[in-house]
Design a protein around this ligand. Structure first.
Ligand code: F3S
Length: 246
């Protein structure tokens, strides 16, 4: 059967949706259809991809208005009686067609304080950790940096607070470091001020689009918010700090 695709074509100076019709078959994903259109009708169509297995996070785009990995979105999941709408991520500057410039994310990551392990427990220079503590951070390490969560978060997407909020991806990254059983670095001040954790109002949109099913809000962001609240707003701790500083 044939299916129609409305694909955004253009660059930072402007553009429009172009309609393409192509033959689709059982088992095809959106990226297959894009490649077919590229091969048959639009050789200059820009699309970023790499592994085609949901592990590199390159082919992020908006499919029928929702942030998705094109390689993991089966055509059979979509209503093909109307055109499939394909657009670049809205939260990042457009380079061309379906490709956006996500480099802001890499600059954010560089500013987060790195892993700082405590001294080894044993004479042979090794550490002891509880399995339950390791299990807790394992989930966060599944992130493939597709930036779909960054794209959907209204703080970046609508309010464009790029200078004040690091976004859900980097709150997950911070959580992986903060909850690591060996880490002794202190990131609370950064989380509250430079990284703007207070801007997250727990809409959970980030969790709903994560292709790795990371429970971003409940397991990463809320525990970090609790730590920040404990540090800066717990009245007993504040009093204690006041006396200590005298
Ligand atoms: Fe944004 Fe996720 Fe919070 S979408 S507002 S970071 S819960």
């Amino acid at each position: 059967m044939k299916a129609d695709f409305h694909i955004w074509r253009g660059d930072a100076s402007g553009g429009k949706f172009e309609m393409y019709s192509t033959e689709v078959a059982e088992g095809m994903v959106v990226l297959d259809a894009v490649h077919q259109i590229q091969a048959e009708q639009a050789n200059d169509l820009a699309v970023r991809w790499n592994c085609k297995a949901g592990k590199c996070g390159s082919c992020s785009a908006e499919v029928n208005g929702l942030p998705k990995l094109m390689c993991m979105t089966r055509l059979s999941e979509l209503p093909l009686d109307k055109p499939v709408l394909l657009q670049p991520l809205k939260a990042f500057p457009l380079i061309k067609d379906l490709v956006t410039d996500v480099s802001w994310n890499y600059s954010v990551k560089k500013k987060i304080k790195k892993f700082k392990p405590r001294a080894p427990d044993a004479k042979d220079g090794t550490w002891r950790m509880y399995q339950q503590d390791i299990d807790r951070v394992q989930e966060f390490r599944k992130c493939i940096e597709c930036f779909l969560c960054q794209d959907v978060c209204h703080v970046l997407r609508e309010h464009q607070l790029y200078d004040r909020f690091i976004g859900p991806r980097f709150l997950v990254y911070t959580a992986a470091l903060e909850m690591h059983p060996l880490d002794i670095e202190d990131r609370m001040d950064d989380l509250k001020k430079a990284n703007g954790i207070g801007y997250c109002n727990i809409t959970k949109c980030c969790t709903s689009v994560c292709p790795e099913d990371i429970t971003i809000t409940d397991n990463a962001i809320i525990p970090l918010k609790e730590r920040v609240a404990d540090r800066f707003y717990d009245p007993v701790k504040r009093l204690f700090r006041l006396f200590r500083s005298k």
